[in-house]
Design a protein around this ligand. Structure first.
Ligand SMILES: Cc1ncc(COP(=O)(O)O)c(C=O)c1O
Length: 331
């Protein structure tokens, strides 16, 4: 029998309706950082022929900052790790990030301060081919870089758990389009999987590799608990090497005292495991209670997943002394 779901402060904020993404909308007057300067969103103009718009030749990050109401403080989560991954993605795409990681973190803090956010925020840095010309390639192109930030709540609902379906779309293999690089063009594949899942009445897709192993969600990494061991697909199963995944691996070991194993996962292990969760910057920790119409574990949020959620949501809001170094205070 699963323990009853405890509502953490994070979880009590909104409704318990089923998972649908909250739309992050544009704020025309908000501050953005674009090609070396701070300016207003509505003053930025992109040409119709911008290379990346046509060919997906960009790479990006998604970073969260969490508002702590009691402390009146905004905590930027894992910014250096995200910017390091941006650098690696850029290298795959024959691009160079035009700032050091320290400079990027400082620019992000400055951007958040200028916008005076007092809510949870999503930060989107994007490096892209800005040449305005026809011709698909990576070399010999100009690049632009911006950082945009917007108030942002939950990407998927995390309270009652989500219902997943194994996608009919397969994950792009490393030999076709490297999933470990966060490339704008790759997200057409995630969009195919996500819309198929939502329009079929599920909350999220779980995508398999071409050889049929579990890879990840449309924008999340996967963990399952089976026989007392947490298992997550290895970085060689066409996943994005998630920042949240790394954080969870250490929480599982240090807080739950459970082993974490990186190994390939078969589809039917999703039906037979004890607990299942998706994790990511957007999705945070999302318990999965059903896959392909089969209940996972007891069909409700697992005990260890709940425990992870409660530690994670405290840590990201700067409330756990031991994990203070996960975040950077903005104000
Ligand atoms: C395809 C994909 N996998 C996994 C993740 C989770 O990565 P992270 O924890 O770094 O946000 C994301 C989110 O960006 C993603 O887009």
């Amino acid at each position: 029998m699963q323990a009853a779901l405890k509502l953490t402060p994070e979880m009590s904020v909104e409704t318990k309706s089923k998972a649908t993404a909250k739309k992050a909308v544009t704020h025309p007057n908000s501050w953005v950082f674009f090609d070396g300067e701070f300016g207003r969103y509505h003053d930025i103009k992109l040409g119709l022929m911008t290379h990346a718009l046509h060919y997906g030749t960009g790479c990006f990050e998604g970073i969260r900052a969490y508002w702590n109401e009691k402390q009146e403080q905004l905590y930027l989560l894992q910014a250096p790790a995200h910017y390091e991954r941006l650098r690696r993605s850029a290298n795959v795409m024959r691009m160079t990030v035009p700032y050091s990681t320290e400079e990027l973190v400082n620019l992000t803090v400055e951007l958040l301060r200028r916008n005076q956010f007092k809510s949870d925020v999503y930060v989107r840095p994007l490096l892209y081919a800005s040449s305005e010309e026809i011709g698909v390639r990576l070399h010999d192109l100009q690049h632009s870089f911006f950082i945009y930030a917007t108030p942002f709540g939950k990407y998927v609902e995390v309270e009652a758990g989500i219902r997943c379906v194994v996608s009919s779309w397969r994950r792009v293999p490393d030999q076709s389009l490297p999933a470990r690089a966060k490339i704008t063009g790759s997200y057409a594949q995630s969009a195919l999987a996500k819309s198929e899942a939502i329009e079929s009445g599920f909350d999220e897709a779980i995508v398999l590799t071409v050889d049929g192993h579990v890879s990840e969600g449309s924008a999340e990494n996967v963990f399952m608990l089976k026989d007392g061991v947490f298992v997550t697909p290895p970085v060689t199963d066409d996943i994005l090497e998630g920042v949240t995944r790394t954080l969870l691996m250490s929480l599982i070991k240090d807080e739950l005292g459970k082993p974490v194993v990186e190994r390939s996962i078969d589809r039917t292990e999703l039906y037979t495991c004890d607990e299942l969760l998706l994790c990511g910057t957007g999705a945070q920790i999302s318990p999965v209670v059903e896959v392909d119409r089969r209940p996972v574990g007891g069909g409700s949020v697992g005990e260890f997943t709940q425990e992870l959620q409660s530690i994670y949501f405290g840590a990201v809001r700067g409330e756990v002394a031991k994990y203070k170094d996960w975040t950077i205070p903005v104000y």
